[in-house]
Design a protein around this ligand. Structure first.
Ligand code: INS
Ligand code: FE2
Ligand code: FE2
Length: 317
């Protein structure tokens, strides 16, 4: 079991003092209660979480995944042409013309997805959604927007399914990073970026590249994947999730920022506020992965009530 009570909240969480400026509650209030989440030391395979250097078969395929991702995620892949300045993947998937379905239908559909980038997950995707949502609900019982954010954060992975154009894994999952500026060394398996054409392009390989300091992440092109897609789905379908929830969905795979603390020069003030909630969320996303399954039918009514509150019944995908 990965969830325990009567343990102190993670240090970095209780250290947050500033009030959030969006319509979410103050973080210090949210972490004042006693119940807390205890991060386990081992993943479901009895190994450390996010160990990308271990010597085993799974790591080899994860490393091959990152080799392909790092070679292929370029500025031109994310945006089609410098002349018309449209973003290729964002333009194509931003059309939301692939499917009409509800959030819950997508949760079920996600079970067909295999994530080749994840060294820690061996359970059906819906279990990962519910395990992270239930763990965060336990510690933050009043932040219902956060429970729902956890439930839906990985739904964007459906873009790898045939009915969504069957994007390759490297364009769907894995950690994300900005394109158009230098690839920071904190990116896992960084060495493969040397085979990325942008790596040798002087317009793209300086610390800020095509961006300016403090420009805000909203102006930064991220490598394309499930984060940005699900953010577009939520936004374009008029979700009323608070800005912190939308930020979590959009940047939860951006480990070089939220865990390594790099790329912070690209953030603006709003990003800095939202990042505090992403730090909270990340622990539950990462460490709730366990073999103890959540009873789907038991918790479904609760999540359905949240979905109704923050989303239309049917969404364009
Ligand atoms: O392998 C995982 C997985 O794809 C997650 O869904 C993503 O958010 C992580 O960043 C990544 O490392
Ligand atoms: Fe994810
Ligand atoms: Fe996740």
């Amino acid at each position: 079991m990965t969830i325990s009570i009567d343990k102190p909240m993670f240090e970095e969480v209780s250290a947050f003092q500033k009030k959030s400026e969006n319509n979410t509650r103050d973080l210090t209030m949210a972490s004042e209660h006693d119940e807390a989440f205890l991060a386990p030391e081992m993943n479901a395979f009895g190994r450390q979480f996010r160990n990308y250097d271990a010597e085993n078969e799974r790591q080899k395929s994860v490393e091959e995944f990152y080799r392909l991702q790092h070679i292929n995620q370029t500025v031109d892949f994310v945006r089609v042409s410098k002349l018309i300045r449209v973003k290729k993947m964002r333009a194509e998937y931003g059309k939301l013309d692939k499917m009409v379905m509800s959030i819950w239908e997508c949760c079920e559909l996600l079970n067909d997805v295999v994530d080749e980038s994840d060294p820690d997950l061996d359970e059906p995707q819906i279990q990962h959604l519910l395990q992270s949502a239930e763990a965060i609900r336990k510690d933050y019982p009043n932040e219902e927007w956060l429970h729902l954010t956890a439930l839906i954060h990985d739904l964007g992975k459906v873009i790898t399914l045939p009915q969504f154009g069957g994007l390759p894994q490297w364009a769907t999952v894995g950690d994300t990073f900005p394109v158009g500026c230098a690839f920071d060394e904190s990116n896992v398996h960084h060495k493969y970026f040397s085979e990325n054409p942008d790596f040798h392009n002087q317009a793209y390989n300086t610390k800020s590249g095509i961006y300016t300091e403090g420009c805000g992440l909203n102006n930064v092109m991220m490598s394309w994947g499930h984060d940005d897609y699900m953010y577009l789905v939520a936004k374009e379908n008029g979700s009323t999730l608070p800005s912190a929830g939308q930020f979590i969905i959009r940047y939860h795979s951006f480990y070089p920022l939220h865990t390594a603390g790099e790329y912070t020069h690209l953030m603006n003030e709003e990003d800095k506020e939202n990042l505090k909630w992403l730090h909270v969320f990340n622990k539950y996303d990462l460490y709730s992965k366990s073999k103890v399954h959540v009873d789907v039918e038991k918790v479904k009514p609760y999540y359905m009530s949240l979905i109704r509150k923050y989303f239309p019944e049917n969404l364009r995908w």
